[in-house]
Design a protein around this ligand. Sequence first.
Ligand code: UD1
Length: 314
Amino acid sequence: MSKYVVTGGAGFIGSAIVRGLLREGARQVVVLDNFLTGHQQNLDEVRSAIDLQRADIRNYAEIAPILSGADVVFHEAAIPSVPRSIDDPVPSHEINIDGTFNVLRAAASGGVRRVVYAASSSAYGDTEVLPKVETMTPRPKSPYALQKLVGEYYSQIFASTFGIETVSLRYFNVFGPRQDPSSQYSGVLSLFIKAVVERRAPTIFGDGEQSRDFTYVEDVVDLNLKAARAPGVSGRLYNGGNGGRITLNEAWRLVQQIEGLTIPANYGPPRPGDVHDSQADVTSAVADLGHAPRFSFEEGLRLTLAWYKAQQTR
Ligand code: UD1
């Protein structure tokens, strides 16, 4: 029976991967989380089907036995957010770089077959050309972007020198149900949705003409499951995006349209470290991993809005 470990498995993306694994019939799914940004309630529906381990990836001795003997480790544990890595760089450095090193080291010494690493599109920085292709030289603009890039490099080095398979997936602005909108560092769509549900204006940083390849979480789950299985891809890096691009102004317009409301956004100064445009070239992920994004931005947005509204009435 294959064992799967999801680090950060109580988080927004990690818990979606846990549900995806169980849907596929996985029988031994271990969730490792320190509950810093993850929540037990993200796992409520599947609690009896998983092994939940409270542990911190900064502590090698604590995590090594949990990872040992796994077939695949999905490494989602991280402190996300570009601005958070600027305001409070120490924890994000320790978790995103040292923690990732600990996960890879524990996986290699514990006989794990493959680590699928949650990398970030922020590693590209501002490129002259769109869409962004894996062969472009990375130009990180923030501590967070650099930290996630170091994790990729470490993953590649572990694949080439420590006898373990690794695959890195550069996520492009993932959104969907369970994304936590409670912090100033939350993903922008969760903040937009919270604002519209509460009938108030969101704040857009800059002129709102910056664009993102917003990617629905279930497409990222599918990509992870494929990356766990695909043969001959160890040491490689793939974009985990949808291939589209939408500005923040357009996104807020669509949120209002779906809700049938007009609430003009407030505008604030541009955010330091912000990338202006982001869009994934998904050619390699499609060719090598069989990636097939299923959700358009609007479909994902409608599903996410419906989920947040259902939570309100619970
Ligand atoms: C970045 C990465 C993404 C990663 C994420 C983790 C890029 C292109 N993407 O996302 O891959 O998963 O970090 O945190 O670097 N904004 C507002 N108002 C708000 C909040 C945000 O206008 O209240 C704006 C931001 O200035 C930015 C955009 O919305 O232009 C998206 O911000 P956010 O959701 O925080 O994600 P990124 O920083 O793009």
